[in-house]
Design a protein around this ligand. Structure first.
Ligand SMILES: *[C@@H]1O[C@H](CO)[C@@H](O)[C@H](O)[C@H]1NC(C)=O
Length: 389
């Protein structure tokens, strides 16, 4: 009986201790929960403050730009007025009739008009309505495996034909043309294609098909861009790319001396020279005349680069990542200075076989046509607006 009583007391004691422990743990949990929610509040407040600050900065920068422009315009008009007063004084001095003065004035006005037009032109090219940048890669589709480890495939960009072209290998002269992507995927090898023999062999994988023309790269002592008309089956133009001592543009693809790209604004050339050996350079090319319109040295290294493409005037360079089977955009260069490396998107290419030997952007479809170790892959891109915070 006594033994039972002791056991009962011990049990009570144990339960009481147990209860105290549970109470203690509950209090601790509550305290931790409080702190977590406080922390949550603080972070979200901090994030929204940061966002506000960013927005303020952006709008202040825009205002500053506007003010600069008005200041320049008023300076211009002051200059014109001083000119006019001087001329009027001349006129009063010579008393030489009104006609010449009117002429001068007209000329001045003409000058002003052309000045304004020029300004509008530079303004337009700077602030063209194309302001997309990549947000992310939404999907990837492996269409086929045809040809060797390196090559280039693309749709005719800005053409309405929907035709697909294969330039297999880093040298060759035979283009395979498929009447559609469907034909390409269901064809056994290249059986359903028609062959198009170019007048000379290409080098590398930097070619594009744009508006029914093949622009291909030919390399001897110099780099040539050849523009071949597929309708008339003739070379309509060719130009030596005007740089001395070029080096392969991407560290990981020694065969590609020059990479052509098409975006919403036309034709671009991505290249590298001995003078700026560690970095990639960019040029805007007139697709009609093959003239170079402007050139930029970017801060994007060549080392470990496997390819690049241009979207709305922004160069995206893709690098081989240390993680196996992945590569990513790791450097951007915007000719309009609206996107910097800090706000560059983290774009990973989901899965790879080897290394991309070509990446061709199609602005109408917002697709990348990639050649990866003989696989033809499509990447679907999601865009956002530049300057979005
Ligand atoms: C593609 O090129 C490779 C060499 O790079 C060659 O072995 C292969 O036969 C070519 N394939 C086709 C379909 O032309």
């Amino acid at each position: 009986m006594r033994g039972l009583f002791v056991l009962f007391t011990l049990a009570c004691l144990a339960t009481a201790q147990h209860q105290a422990l549970i109470d203690y743990l509950e209090r601790r949990l509550l305290a931790i929960e409080d702190r977590i929610s406080l922390w949550h509040e603080q972070t979200s407040r901090y994030a929204s403050e940061l966002r506000e600050l960013k927005q303020q900065m952006v709008s202040q920068l825009t205002n500053l730009d506007k003010e600069k422009e008005t200041l320049r315009m008023s300076l211009d008009s002051v200059g014109t007025r001083v000119d006019r007063v001087e001329r009027e004084l001349d006129y009063l001095e010579t008393q030489n009739g009104a006609q010449p003065c009117v002429d001068v004035d007209d000329k001045l006005i003409e000058q002003q008009v052309t000045l304004v037009q020029e300004k509008q032109k530079t303004k337009y090219s700077k602030l063209s309505d194309c302001s997309d940048m990549i947000s992310t890669i939404k999907a990837m589709k492996i269409l086929k495996r045809v040809g060797g480890p390196k090559g280039m495939w693309t749709k005719d960009i800005s053409g309405t034909s929907g035709k697909v072209y294969i330039l297999n290998g880093t040298d060759g002269d035979t283009v395979h043309e498929f009447s559609s992507v469907q034909d390409f995927t269901r064809s056994l090898g290249v059986a359903l294609s028609s062959e198009l023999k170019l007048p000379s062999a290409w080098t590398g994988t930097g070619h594009v098909v744009y508006n029914n023309y093949v622009y291909y790269i030919k390399q001897a002592e110099e780099i040539m861009v050849v523009k071949y008309d597929m309708k008339s089956k003739t070379v309509v133009d060719s130009a030596v790319f005007p740089v001395q001592e070029h080096v392969p543009v991407y560290g990981l693809s020694p065969e590609t001396a020059l990479d052509l790209a098409v975006d919403e604004e036309g034709l671009w050339a991505i290249y590298a020279t001995r003078q700026n050996e560690r970095h990639i350079s960019l040029a805007k090319v007139d697709a009609n005349s093959l003239d170079i319109e402007q050139m930029w040295d970017t801060n994007c290294p060549r080392e470990n680069a496997e390819g690049a493409f241009v979207i709305c005037g922004t160069l995206y360079v893709v690098y081989n990542s240390k993680q196996p089977g992945r590569s990513r955009v790791q450097c951007v260069f915007d000719v309009n200075d609206m996107v910097t490396n800090e706000d560059a998107p983290l774009v990973y290419f989901p899965k790879r076989y080897g290394s991309h030997s070509s990446l061709k952007y199609n602005p109408q479809e917002q697709l990348l046509y990639a050649w990866d170790d003989g696989y033809q892959i499509l990447y679907k891109l999601i865009m956002k607006k530049k300057l979005e915070v």
